[in-house]
Design a protein around this ligand. Sequence first.
Ligand SMILES: Nc1ncnc2c1ncn2[C@@H]1O[C@H](COP(=O)(O)OP(=O)(O)O)[C@@H](O)[C@H]1O
Ligand SMILES: N[C@@H](CCOP(=O)(O)O)C(=O)O
Length: 324
Amino acid sequence: MAVYTEVTEAALRGFLADYELGELVALRGIAEGVENSNFALQTTGGSYILTLYEKRVDPAELPWFLGLMRHLAAQGLSCPLPVAGRDGVALRQLAGRPAAICTFLPGNWPRRVRPEHCAPLGAALATLHSAGEGFRAERPNGLGPRSWTPLLERCRDGGDAVQPGLIAELDGHLSGILADWPVGLPRGHIHADLFPDNVFFLEDARGSPRVSGLIDFYFACTDTLAYDLAICLNAWCFEQDFSFNVTKARAMIGAYQALRPLSEAEIEALPVLCRGAALRFLLTRLFDWTNTPPGAMVTRKDPLEYLKRLRFHAGAKDASAYGL
Ligand SMILES: Nc1ncnc2c1ncn2[C@@H]1O[C@H](COP(=O)(O)OP(=O)(O)O)[C@@H](O)[C@H]1O
Ligand SMILES: N[C@@H](CCOP(=O)(O)O)C(=O)O
């Protein structure tokens, strides 16, 4: 569930009075999502998304996220555009939370990823990376390699209850990844969570999917560009039995490279970037799994799905495992 904070009609009407969006028609809570409370908002002016930022997002970072989305949208990327109130301010307060209204994007995220989704996704990722150029402010990756040791420490007590021997195995992966982690690769603003549920598609007249929008920029940060590709390889290219689908990977990387060719160093680093990306999602999922009291407002996801991915990457000798 992802409506953690309820909004009364009176509070919403008062909030909307500060915008030029017309009158309230309907507000519907959106069950999907993990981090924030999201609502589909309809006014006489159109359709929007209202987001109330919950405790896991640092309010001090919201201007950076909203600024990045505004920049990307201005570059022509289809992403939510924060809507400003009459005073020009987009980040406001509602029901005791920081809140913003963004434009509504059409399309649906793919419940089942097909190879045909992967080329448009690769192209959208490369477009996002180049659209981010020129947005001056940087945001360090709070979930980058330096965070993984303390995160694993915080999972140490409960981890082996999830799977016996898990912590020792993760200790081994973590030290290997940190030892091999590349430095000096091209950097820029990355999405850092571009999972299928954050990418909307529409089908063209011939039934081929095309990306209609990218959402959920609240993990975005300034980091290694190829690491974003590694996150997508993890999130899009494994089948339900956790076998790796190299056809999907080839399509994704090929379309990415058509817009932003990878350097030799980036290609060489791909296996360790993929290992790191798998470990990052494993650790945050494991943390939520082991540290979330029953009834808390966090949607838990299975950490072991990422252990299977991590083992695949650990066995990859070089980038040929990804079809390169
Ligand atoms: N700009 C948007 N346009 C259309 N739907 C959106 C938009 N933003 C969010 N949504 C809807 O809200 C859901 C949750 O959004 P998301 O940003 O992933 O939440 P969270 O940050 O809590 O994980 C999405 O799956 C989608 O259905
Ligand atoms: N993609 C992450 C969880 C973050 O969820 P989101 O709804 O904010 O994309 C994972 O799968 O662990």
